[in-house]
Write a protein that binds this ligand. Structure first.
Ligand code: 6PG
Length: 253
């Protein structure tokens, strides 16, 4: 592989999207159980998009998931599209429609990214304040999520960090606004330092339309501007890539 980082990606190939969702549940349950045993709390941040939908459905159906001590789970989002929480585009709504009402998580443990302010920056700031207060960290500290669930777009984006976008690189902010020009949709995303500080990150990649980009990001030199997912390269040892056969089809050759 042509990556200058000497860390190798840990890629688990699963046969299809259903296995991908089931394996995601196993990882979620294992990480939650460990964190709760160790620290009495599990901090997790999830993404949106199409890929995690089945995993989220299973979160609301699987006995292993429902049996978790949800009172000790704090749920956050990696990113959000700047739409009302009942919009079909909302990442919060995806979780609300799939598992939120089926697991016994207290409402006060659900920390969605606010999108009601007329000023996007005020929303990012409010979200940051929420994170700081739930994690009980000071102004110069970065929260350490136990698990972050990420996806990857066909252009190599992750969270709402898009190629050639305005997501700041060197920042001490925990969340920021991203102006996505071609989608006419603003977004709020956790920033690079927050992603990199997580204890464990799981990237879900499914389908033939991801095969080309997966090959590019796995074999190309680290370049966070072109491929924002490369933000993970310095911490690859903490990343589990769950990839289905179709997405892996070009790498497998
Ligand atoms: C979002 C996500 C985003 C997503 C990728 C992959 O809000 O869209 O958080 O980063 O993970 O775009 O999305 P798909 O699973 O739909 O391909």
């Amino acid at each position: 592989m042509g990556m200058s980082s000497n860390l190798k990606p840990n890629i688990e190939v699963v046969p299809d999207p259903e296995h991908l969702a089931r394996r995601s549940i196993e990882i979620f349950v294992a990480d939650a159980t460990n964190a709760i045993q160790k620290s009495n709390v599990f901090y997790v941040a999830i993404s949106g998009g199409f890929t995690p939908k089945r995993f989220f459905e299973l979160l609301g159906e699987s006995p292993d998931s429902i049996g978790l001590d949800w009172e000790k789970i704090h749920l956050f989002w990696v990113d959000e599209r700047y739409v009302p929480p009942d919009s079909p585009w909302s990442n919060y709504k995806l979780a609300a429609d799939t598992f939120l009402k089926r697991v016994p998580i207290p409402e006060t443990n659900v920390h969605r990214i606010p999108t009601e302010e007329s000023d996007f920056k005020a929303s990012a700031w409010r979200y940051e304040e929420t994170i700081r207060s739930v994690f009980d960290i000071k102004a110069d500290e970065v929260p350490q999520f136990d698990l972050m669930v990420l996806g990857m777009g066909a252009d190599g984006h992750t969270g709402s960090m898009f190629p050639d976008s305005f997501a700041p690189f060197d920042t001490s902010d925990l969340a920021c606004v991203v102006y996505v020009m071609d989608q006419k949709l603003n977004r709020i995303t956790l920033t690079h330092p927050v992603l990199r500080a997580a204890r464990h990150l799981m990237v879900l990649v499914s389908g033939r339309e991801k095969a080309q980009i997966l090959k590019q990001v796995m074999t190309g030199e680290p370049d966070e501007v072109q491929y924002p997912i490369h933000v993970l390269w310095p911490v690859l040892n903490k990343v589990t890539w769950l990839v289905d056969k179709e997405a892996n089809s070009l790498l497998a050759r």
